[in-house]
Design a protein. Structure first.
Length: 253
């Protein structure tokens, strides 16, 4: 066997070991990233939100159902929300547009200082005539216990955050609650070059808050869940390496 074949075999073994280690640490994501070098990130498939593994129907306190009653010679029915039917979202599968308008600014600073000093001394100067003995220090020390402790801490924290997000996203009605409120969920993906920006909106809305053009403001969504982020080459560079993340979790200091 030539030394060149041995070196190539060792090189293949080393590469395989590195791939296995990357797979163990990063859930085989490194192998997937290597296979996608030079390729654009793929968009997610359009799926039914209710079939996702983590999907759970929303359960909220509901009022007692009202029994519908009809009046003779009247077009109005008790419990109706409108006299004429409109085209706004009202049942599972309908679409509505969510206007996301978030402008948030926070500036917080605090400091906590703490210090403590303790000193404990315990001794016996004369115990049953110990002073009359020729060498009392060898039999009975002057101090039996001496303890000193000092503790101090100084913690500082500050938050200076400014967030602004204005966009529109279409959401689908995934559930109608017994009182008529709608559970909506929408996801939007935009790919620019090699970066994908994701916008996810979910929550509970009242049909009365949906405007005539079938839009609703994000401030009127109860239990709102709004996520805005991205994935791709830029996001990958901003993330620390797997080894650094592991060390940050394991190291206690």
């Amino acid at each position: 066997m030539s030394p060149f074949s041995s070196a190539s075999r060792l090189r293949r073994i080393a590469i395989s070991a590195l791939l296995l280690a990357s797979c163990a640490l990063g859930g085989c994501s490194s192998i997937d990233r290597l296979s996608q070098i030079g390729e654009q990130p793929k968009l997610s498939a359009i799926d039914n939100p209710t079939t996702q593994p983590g999907y759970k129907p929303v359960q909220m306190p509901m009022p007692k159902p009202e029994v519908a009653s009809y009046n003779p010679n009247s077009l109005w029915r008790n419990g109706s929300r409108a006299f004429f039917k409109d085209q706004r979202a009202h049942q599972v599968g309908d679409l509505l547009t969510v206007t996301v308008n978030i402008t948030d600014k926070a500036n917080i600073a605090n400091e906590t200082q703490r210090s403590r000093t303790n000193s404990e001394n315990s001794g016996i100067t004369d115990f049953i005539g110990a002073q009359t003995i020729t060498q009392p220090n060898k039999i009975l020390p002057g101090r039996i216990l001496t303890a000193d402790s000092t503790a101090a801490s100084d913690g500082k924290g500050s938050v200076n955050r400014t967030e602004a997000l204005q966009t529109n996203v279409a959401a689908v009605v995934t559930q109608v609650l017994p009182n008529g409120n709608l559970v909506v969920e929408g996801k939007q993906e935009i790919r620019v070059n090699y970066e994908i920006r994701e916008l996810i909106v979910a929550g509970i809305v009242r049909p009365e808050d949906i405007q005539s053009d079938n839009t609703i403001d994000s401030t009127k969504i109860a239990q709102a869940r709004i996520a805005y982020g991205g994935r791709g080459q830029i996001m990958d560079v901003q993330q620390p390496r797997y080894g650094q993340q592991v060390m940050d979790v394991l190291l206690p200091f």
